[in-house]
Design a protein around this ligand. Structure first.
Ligand code: AAL
Length: 411
């Protein structure tokens, strides 16, 4: 009995004591956060408060604090896109996959584009992967086309084909990008070696030529491979089961895009991680960069990788001494244009409504003219069906006004 009473008394004392500690702690927090508010208040100008429409600088919501931390950029990176059908050989063709167009380069007045091409329907992974086509980008070769006006295209033939059985690129070569530099042409592209199962690692290959018509010399080995610090769990062909995920690019290195920048060669790419998760922004996809002194490599991955926390296909261009990047499709920062002064440290410059996927930029445009200059027009791909994709043309335009329905446009 006595023991119980004692325990009861102890527990009351304990509760009162804990309550006191909590009150003191909360008061402490209140003081600290007020102090922080007070400190940051010193830096908040009346102009900032007015521009952002913040009611009370002593009571800043989390959203207002974020808004105050935004860089003071205007709307020069904000814009919108329209997409159109092409004519000639790049018009939609039933039974044929043409997708992931490279950048467009202009040589002797003619536009050139390279792309992944395959035929037939996609079977998926359920059947016989030795015979089937597991994705629309499986069993592809790299083809190219030319155009006088960027609307009507003539398919010229295959540029780079799959390697012989047993080579690192024997199953598919696809999703290519072009760099025209100092009179030479460099194609970077994804490679897969058979068998194409779910856990297969994807690598990056390179081919070079003296003319956009080829002939192309292929690198004997891949120029970029996934990080090898992830560990699969079990033997099942399941990419989500891992003991350790490894780096952001432990499963696949994709969408390579080579730029000559700052006296070096920057190979931007998308990484896919073993054990990829769905996050609050969707698929866990990030970009990285590998840098070389010579276009043929060796390419060394930056210690700062990953250099984005979102994105999908790479779309990068030089601007104002730095590199701009259009981030689409996946992650919390999808549908943003970002810019970095050094090709590595990217900040959000605008949030756009949605951009065409798998953009092939038009490298003949004046990318320095304005932030949106590189996006005036170029190529993209679109899914007609899951089996067949085709190449289309996009137009991009900076946007500076908003007119609501019914409101007069002439203000
Ligand atoms: C894309 C790219 C890569 C992927 C697949 C084909 O658009 O990210 O190329 O492998 O989808």
């Amino acid at each position: 009995m006595k023991t119980n009473e004692k325990q009861g008394n102890n527990s009351i004392f304990f509760r009162v004591w804990m309550a006191l500690i909590c009150v003191v702690f909360i008061m402490g927090c209140e003081t600290t956060s007020n102090q922080q508010n007070y400190e940051s208040m010193q830096e908040i100008s009346d102009e900032d408060l007015d521009r952002l429409g913040i009611t009370n600088k002593d009571k800043l919501s989390a959203a207002s604090k974020r808004a105050l931390a935004w860089p003071k950029i205007g709307n020069e990176w904000f814009g919108e896109f329209q997409v159109f059908d092409l004519k000639g050989d790049l018009a939609y063709e039933e039974g044929v996959v043409r997708r992931d167009p490279s950048a467009i380069v202009q040589v002797d007045g003619k536009y050139f584009v390279w792309y992944s091409k395959s035929v037939g329907t996609t079977d998926g992974f359920a059947g016989n992967i030795e015979k089937d086509k597991v994705f629309p980008w499986d069993r592809c070769d790299i083809w190219y086309a030319t155009s006088e006006d960027g609307w009507t295209w003539k398919e010229e033939g295959m540029a780079v084909g799959r390697g012989p059985k047993g080579a690192y690129d024997d199953r598919s070569v696809f999703t290519t990008e072009i760099l025209a530099h100092e009179g030479k042409y460099y194609l970077t592209y994804q490679t897969v070696k058979s068998p194409y199962n779910v856990r297969v690692k994807n690598q990056v290959g390179l081919a070079w030529a003296d003319s956009p018509h080829g002939p192309w010399t292929k690198s004997e080995e891949p120029i970029l491979s996934p990080a090898d610090n992830g560990v699969w769990e079990g033997e099942e062909d399941n990419r989500f089961r891992v003991v350790k995920k490894g780096d952001f690019d432990s499963h696949k290195v994709h969408d390579p895009c080579l730029l000559a920048y700052d006296g070096k060669y920057y190979l931007y790419y998308k990484g896919e991680q073993m054990g990829e998760e769905i996050t609050f922004g969707g698929r866990q996809i990030r970009h990285g960069v590998a840098i070389a002194d010579n276009p043929l490599g060796p390419y060394v991955k930056s210690d700062y990788n990953p250099i984005s926390n979102s994105g999908h296909e790479i779309c990068v261009w030089p601007y104002n001494g730095g590199i701009a990047s259009l981030i689409t499709t996946d992650g919390p920062e999808k549908n943003t244009i970002q810019w970095s002064p050094d090709g590595i440290n990217f900040e959000i410059m605008s949030v756009i409504k949605g951009a065409p996927h798998a953009i092939g930029l038009n490298r003949s445009l004046d990318t320095e003219a304005a932030p949106f200059g590189a996006l005036e027009w170029g190529l993209t791909h679109q899914y007609k069906t899951y089996n067949y994709q085709y190449i289309r043309r996009f137009h991009g335009k900076r946007r500076t006004t908003h007119v609501a329905k019914g409101e007069s446009a002439s203000r």
